[in-house]
Design a binder for this molecule. Structure first.
Ligand code: UD1
Ligand code: MG
Length: 458
């Protein structure tokens, strides 16, 4: 089939400089949701009609083209004279051998299963409309039937009181035989309440030409819900997130409250994974068997191995965590963090661009950046790797079994040898030899007979 996505509308009610179809839902532009769904149907041609915010929409399409899948063409609609006029812009690229499916760039959650049902119902020679019954159909095109057969669609503004009482509405998603579509579009008139070329007027033409008009229903009303305002965007976000939580639960993930999880990307979970409330997952996140994620943690592009416990309030980005490690509460793993198995990273510890080998610990208030840390290393409270001189970054190497005393600063580039001990409070500026105690603290002194000053009486 051919797919045409209508995305030229302005979206005034979003109250935003960003074109409506580029507003994110689950971290991804509305239009990208529709493109992904369309590509899932393996169409012969895929054409996006753009208009308002053209440069930004085209830039997004360039990004989409980097992703493997059906090639995307774009057609400018300027000025915007209605949905029928919008589809006309795509005609030069459509393949007449296949029917054409029309989607909206601001209707993000239609499932490919529902679209496939519609396309199957229409076959190659019928006009198909995705319709749904709505309690409050205000503002939408009504499906007019005679003897059960669809005979036309009438827009709210053109409808009689009797037609306005109809609850079956046009979702806007329509599939039509392409050669017929061309003929019908060419014959459209704009003598209606809005002075627009309505795509919906092709229905009456199909009936006049003896082309059967069929309908299919989506799996849920939300599948055809469009976004016109931030209120509607927020409502759809919640529905979408609830659907994701539901799918996780069905796969055996313990989601403590399905109403309090946000997945803005791909979350892959093993068996016996537990996710507490208020967590956000962005990009591609993998949680292996037995992982638990504590409340209010944010994970972005992270790979968490089996049995890891992430305690509450952690921020983990572009990081790998080895099996059975314990992270947090209040830990921050920044990009380039690679932890081997059984590593403990405790409260208020920040790790960046560092590899930490098995069984090492940094449990309290430390910064480890641009470092290579061996196995069984203990990084004491308040330890800081001074990796940056204001212009350049340098590496710190801490070899196996080293012990770094509390409140030490390791001024990179510097190496702490295997099994070395760094005394608390040391400022290490030269390499520390293996197996020995290195300390830079001045010797402790006690002044005998020293008296505290007393307040001078006036
Ligand atoms: C349209 C349908 C209506 C349906 C409703 C569902 C028509 C005439 N009416 O009405 O039957 O119930 O959608 O939401 O088709 N667009 C363009 N170029 C244009 C006009 C619109 O690309 O010139 C795009 C918009 O960006 C949007 C979509 O087409 O994605 C629908 O446009 P909109 O103005 O919302 O149509 P409605 O009047 O709501
Ligand atoms: Mg609309």
């Amino acid at each position: 089939m051919n797919v045409v996505i209508l995305a030229a509308g302005m979206g005034k009610r979003m109250q935003s400089a960003l074109p409506k179809v580029l507003h994110p839902l689950a971290g991804k532009p509305l239009l990208s949701h529709v493109i992904d769904t369309a590509r899932g149907l393996s169409p012969a041609k895929l054409c996006v009609i753009y208009g308002h915010g053209g440069a930004a929409v085209l830039a997004q399409l360039e990004k989409e083209k980097q992703v493997p899948g059906t090639d995307i063409s774009a057609a400018l609609q300027e000025p915007q004279l209605g949905t029928g006029h919008a589809v006309m812009q795509a005609l030069p690229v459509l393949d007449e051998a296949h029917p054409t499916l029309i989607l909206y760039g601001d209707v993000p959650l239609t499932t490919s299963a529902s679209l496939q049902r519609l396309v199957d119902a229409a076959g190659t020679d019928k006009l198909g409309i995705l319709t749904v019954e709505q309690d409050d159909p205000y503002g939408l095109g009504r499906i007019v039937r005679e003897g059960g057969q669809i005979v036309r669609i009438v827009e709210e503004k053109d409808a009689s009181a009797e037609q306005r009482a109809i609850k079956e509405i046009n979702s806007g998603i329509i599939v039509a035989p392409t050669a017929r579509l061309k003929k019908w579009l060419a014959a459209l008139q704009n003598n209606n309440a809005q002075g627009e070329y309505y795509l919906t007027d092709i229905v009456a033409q199909a009936v006049a030409d003896g082309v059967p008009v069929v309908s299919a229903n989506p799996g849920g009303v939300w599948e055809v819900a469009g976004v016109n305002s931030k209120v509607q965007l927020a409502q759809l976000e919640r529905i979408h997130q609830l659907n994701i939580a539901q799918a996780l639960l069905e796969r055996g993930v313990t989601v403590m409250d399905p109403a309090r999880i946000d997945v803005r990307g791909e979350l892959i979970c093993g068996r016996d994974v537990t996710i507490d409330v208020g967590c956000v997952f962005e990009g591609k996140v993998e949680l292996a068997d037995g992982v638990s994620v504590g409340a209010h943690s944010v994970l972005v592009n992270a790979r968490i191995a089996g049995g890891v416990q992430i305690k509450p309030f952690c921020h983990i980005e572009d990081a790998v965590v080895g099996a059975k490690s314990i992270i947090g509460p209040y830990a921050r793993l920044r990009p380039g963090t690679e932890l081997a198995e059984d590593v403990h990273i405790g409260n208020f510890v920040e790790i960046k661009n560092s590899q930490i080998a098995a069984h090492s610990k940094a449990n309290h208030l430390a910064y480890v950046g641009d470092s290579t840390v061996g196995s069984r290393v203990n990084v004491g409270a308040g330890v800081i790797t001074c990796n940056y001189d204001g212009a350049n970054k340098f590496r710190t190497v801490i070899e196996d079994d080293a012990f770094i005393g509390s409140d030490s600063q390791l001024v990179a580039p510097v190496t702490v040898g295997r099994g070395a001990t760094i005394g608390a409070g040391t400022t290490l500026t030269k390499d520390a030899p293996a197996e020995q105690l290195t300390i830079s603290r001045p010797k402790q002194l006690t002044i005998p007979g020293w008296k505290r000053p007393v307040k001078i009486k006036k």
